[in-house]
Write a protein that binds this ligand. Structure first.
Ligand code: GDP
Length: 195
């Protein structure tokens, strides 16, 4: 848990990003995939991911400090149908700039609805994450049965690059919460566990 997690800032352009030092991990996913709920569950801070979420600001990159020198970055949810092409283009450029230049970025947590994984935009996100460690949360797992969950895991595992990990997750039931926290802690320590 990250009880001291706090909202740092929202960035509309690379000039707004906080200093590129320490280690950060980015959370990405389609809008409505359950990304905010996952962030709140993993940090143990209910409402954290909504601190900055006022209407119109969802296309910004939100930075949180989990502990000193360790950040969680909430990327704008993609795939929302009612977004203008101008907005989409802006989002693409902001995300590209983020992935291209961010040295402290150590890993990506990709959030996908367990019932609809690996949509085109998820694949595009994975292309951005090329070379980074990826952990996938298949969310809303409470909505599917055991067999369907196992099938979703197998499908996604088959398509991910070697080294990537995937798990079932539910913010509602708490399923996979500990596993997700361990994965996040691992991504935040790219040099391996602190002795
Ligand atoms: P975001 O747009 O990706 O940040 O998604 P939210 O976290 O705001 O969740 C979108 C919707 O899915 C909300 O109505 C949530 O209550 C619901 N939701 C999120 N996580 C879960 C989950 O694990 N199980 C179920 N059943 N619903 C969820």
């Amino acid at each position: 848990m990250y009880e001291n997690a706090r909202f740092l800032l929202s960035a509309a352009s690379p000039g707004d990003f906080p200093l590129d030092e320490g280690v950060e991990i980015a959370f990405a996913g389609r809008s409505n995939s359950g990304k905010s709920s996952a962030i709140n569950t993993i940090t143990g801070r209910r409402g954290l991911a909504r601190t900055s979420r006022t209407p119109g600001r969802t296309q910004l990159i939100n930075f949180f400090e989990l502990e000193r020198g360790r950040r969680l970055v909430d990327l704008p949810g993609y795939g929302y149908a009612k977004v203008s092409e101008t907005m989409r283009q802006y989002w693409r450029e902001l995300i590209s700039a983020y992935f291209a230049g961010r040295r402290s970025l150590a890993g990506v947590v990709l959030i996908m609805d367990a019932r609809h994984p690996l949509k085109d935009l998820d694949r595009r996100l994975l292309e951005h994450a090329h070379g980074l460690t990826v952990h996938v949360l298949l969310t809303k797992a409470d909505k599917i049965g055991r067999d369907e969950g196992a099938r979703a895991l197998a499908t996604v595992r088959r398509e991910l690059a070697p080294g990537a990990t995937v798990q079932l997750f539910s913010a509602l039931s708490g399923l996979g919460g500990d596993e997700a926290r361990l994965a996040v802690a691992g991504l935040l320590r790219p040099e391996g566990p602190v002795a």
